[in-house]
Design a protein around this ligand. Structure first.
Ligand SMILES: Cc1cc2nc3c(=O)[nH]c(=O)nc-3n(C[C@H](O)[C@H](O)[C@H](O)COP(=O)(O)OP(=O)(O)OC[C@H]3O[C@@H](n4cnc5c(N)ncnc54)[C@H](O)[C@@H]3O)c2cc1C
Length: 460
């Protein structure tokens, strides 16, 4: 519980206008895009590193929790103030400080929205590739703290691959500047990347240096339907070892196709799986050479139909189904938890089968889409959150899924993070020595556990 004296001190630091303990703000900050909820005691909107420093020093002295927050789009409860305390909104630290095409990098504040950076880079033919589907609202600070990825992961990697340097306010209030403006460096421990995917548990990121890439100007798109999951899975494996790296390779399973057909007029063929591929390059020939190779592999793996877009309108039509998925899922029930499994590429078909089995066993609809080019699958677990039995069933199904995926060498989360949702399952993937090392690291950085407590099973 934050005392009135501390609340007054917070107002002194950020100004009355950047502080709130109004119930409407506390309700908004109680949750993110997950099913988890807990109200904070108060919230601040910070505008400078100096303010962050002063607040963290105060929190350390008075021992209250601080939860850094970007846009609050986390799907796994990462931004939920599990133990109350203060929500620190970084959305107003949203300046693009520098764009250097000569050095191939940008320097930004953490509250810059992904899409705003993309818009600024586009006229010069550059982009920041991770491209999470939430990019219209999610912040770059959030992207770094979650190691966000997206549909281009197989070819371009995730946020981690682009972080060159960070300014971070540590839990003791000191400012750490790690990394720098060099595209390569082997100098010492890679301190900057310890904060990538750290979910706001080790420090507050106040400045970010990101590598950027030249953006390919041409793309080619194709879609194929498959009579069995095994055919689609084999096609994925063969594409990914063929030497061609698709910029996008997405899957939709039978239940996702059914949900789309029941809620849109797209009229997809009701097959076991659809694969959607995009290739890119700097000439139309380069993109189309690659897509042709992928089409050949679709056909060699029993595709029942293959369509290739011949112009942007046709490509948009092929994309319409995949883009409709999240809105369609929300119509299945009042709650849809989007899981985020990732498995070795050769296990994609087995995993789709496991998802189907678990859905049937627990009597739940679990339509699945995913970025199969990097082994990342998103089964949506639909249930009625007001029905306690269904809620328990959904959680039991998710636990079984995570256990089976971890058992075959997969990971609990490809891009959304651990947060509250996956914390109870960390031991399935990480051995006791790894867990102990993570906990020691947390204690080293944050001995009083003030930063985003309750996440990632760090306190057990
Ligand atoms: C419709 C939808 C689609 C999505 N698609 C994708 C996707 O394709 N790929 C993907 O990776 N994710 C996706 N997500 C999840 C989410 O958007 C990402 O995790 C994103 O990176 C979170 O950014 P944010 O600004 O909303 O951060 P928040 O949700 O506010 O915070 C996330 C975590 O980052 C920490 N944090 C935020 N800012 C800072 C900071 N400055 N310093 C330290 N810690 C900080 C928070 O404490 C929290 O632990 C999706 C979410 C939705 C709702």
């Amino acid at each position: 519980m934050i005392t009135q004296n501390v609340k007054d001190a917070l107002k002194e630091i950020v100004g009355e206008e950047n502080y709130s303990d109004h119930v409407i703000d506390l309700v908004a900050f109680a949750t993110d895009a997950s099913e988890h909820k807990q109200r904070p005691d108060c919230a601040v909107w910070v505008t400078s590193t100096e303010q962050v420093k002063a607040i963290i020093k105060l929190a350390n002295q008075e021992r209250f929790p601080v939860v850094p927050r970007g846009a609050g789009t986390s799907l796994a409860g990462l931004a939920v103030p599990a133990e109350g305390g203060l929500v620190m909104d970084l959305g107003r630290m949203n300046k693009i400080i520098k764009i250097s095409l000569d050095d191939r990098l940008v320097v930004v504040q953490p509250g810059v929205v992904y899409a705003d950076l993309d818009k600024k880079l586009a006229p010069d033919g550059f982009f920041f590739p991770p491209d999470p589907a939430s990019g219209m609202v999610a912040t770059l600070g959030g992207n770094v703290a979650t190691n966000a990825g997206g549909i281009r992961g197989a070819k371009y990697g995730t946020t981690r691959d682009y972080v060159l340097g960070l300014e971070v306010v540590l839990p003791n209030g000191e400012v750490l500047r790690a990394g720098g403006q060099n595209i390569k460096s082997s100098s010492g421990y890679d301190l900057a990347r310890i904060f990538v995917g750290s979910e706001g548990t080790l420090g507050v990121i106040t400045e970010i240096i990101l590598k950027i890439n030249p953006k390919p100007t041409e793309t080619a798109t194709a879609m194929a339907t498959f009579p069995t999951l095994a055919d689609a899975g084999r096609a994925v494996t063969q594409i990914m070892r063929s030497g061609i790296l698709p910029s996008v390779l997405e899957v939709m399973d039978r239940l996702a196709i059914k949900a789309i057909n029941e809620n849109t007029d797209l009229g997809l063929p009701e097959v076991e799986a659809v694969l959607l591929a995009e290739t890119d390059g700097f000439t139309a020939e380069e993109a189309s050479f690659q897509i042709q190779k992928i089409i050949d592999l679709f056909k060699a793996n029993n595709a029942s139909s293959v369509e290739m877009a011949t112009d942007p309108a046709e490509a948009a039509a092929l994309w319409a189904a995949r883009k409709s998925v999240y809105s369609v899922l929300t119509r299945l029930n009042n709650t849809v938890v989007v899981e985020d499994l990732a498995v070795p590429l050769s296990k994609v078909a087995d995993t789709l089968k496991i998802i189907e089995e678990v859905g049937e066993k627990y009597g739940l609809q679990m339509p699945t889409v995913g970025h199969v080019g990097d082994g990342n699958l998103h089964p949506g677990v639909a249930f009625d959150r007001y029905d306690e039995k269904q809620r328990e069933t959904a959680h039991a199904a998710a636990a079984e899924l995570l256990g089976r995926v971890a058992g075959m060498g997969g990971t609990l989360t490809g891009e959304h993070g651990i947060g509250l949702a996956k914390a109870p399952h960390m031991h399935l993937e990480h051995d006791p020595v790894s867990m102990e090392t993570m906990r020691s690291l947390k204690k080293l950085f944050d001995p009083h556990n003030i930063l985003n407590p309750g996440k990632m099973a760090l306190e057990a």
